[in-house]
Design a protein around this ligand. Structure first.
Ligand code: COA
Length: 179
């Protein structure tokens, strides 16, 4: 059923001149906002990050206009509103946490050579749009855009139960821990 932006409790995303639509999935479009984007687009990205934050354990938005220019913000627009978000940033990764170690409550394995890697700072889809493959699509599009395989991304935690289930599905062996 079509939804309105008010019903969604989400952020309106009007079509803007110069916006970068990097992928489409059914009725959804994925927009990329990066350092070179206009201030209006970066403001919009912050608003979406603030909305997404409310459904995560984090107390600060994953993106603000003041962020350094290497952030990549992917926004899913559907029916004129933001229904998904992925924020990636380049960060040093310092450890590999296998799901076996995670499940046994062991610390991650450290000692990896310091390596800068794209890290998923946050991944979110609106509650009304979950389980449709949108988050998976977001991460796959991000992987293509930054040129790094999903299984080698870093993932910021703590995870919510849905976030952990999602990362387990995409990275079945384990995940890289950012600094
Ligand atoms: C985690 C989240 C982004 C997943 O979004 P989504 O669009 O529903 O995910 P997808 O439909 O692309 O699911 C991809 C796979 O992840 C797994 N998955 C996603 N959500 C899951 C859940 N709640 N429980 C179990 N598995 C889940 C499934 O295996 C799914 O694969 P399948 O559809 O082939 O079974 C979404 O639930 C969310 O926004 N949660 C609140 C915010 C949050 O916790 N973000 C992470 C911060 S740590």
């Amino acid at each position: 059923m079509p939804h309105t932006q008010a019903q969604l409790d989400s952020v309106p995303v009007p079509v803007r001149a110069g916006e970068r639509v990097v992928a489409r999935s059914g009725s959804a479009e994925i927009l990329l906002v990066a350092g070179e984007s206009s201030e209006g687009e970066r403001n919009l990205a912050e608003q979406v990050a603030r909305r997404a934050m409310r459904d995560t354990p984090f107390h600060a938005p994953a993106y603000t206009v003041a962020d350094p220019g290497d952030s990549r913000v992917f926004i899913v627009r559907e029916a004129g509103a933001a229904v998904g978000l992925a924020v990636l940033r380049l960060r040093p990764r310092w450890a590999w946490w296998s799901w076996d170690d995670w499940d046994e409550e062991r610390r991650p394995a450290t000692g990896v050579a310091p390596l800068t890697s794209w890290t998923v700072e946050t991944i979110w889809t609106h509650p009304s749009c979950q389980s449709r493959g949108l988050a998976r699509k977001l991460v796959e599009v991000a992987s293509t855009e930054v040129g790094q395989p999903v299984t080698s991304f870093g993932w910021r935690h703590p995870f919510t139960p849905s976030g952990e289930a999602f990362v387990r599905q995409l990275c079945p062996e384990g995940f890289w821990v950012p600094d």
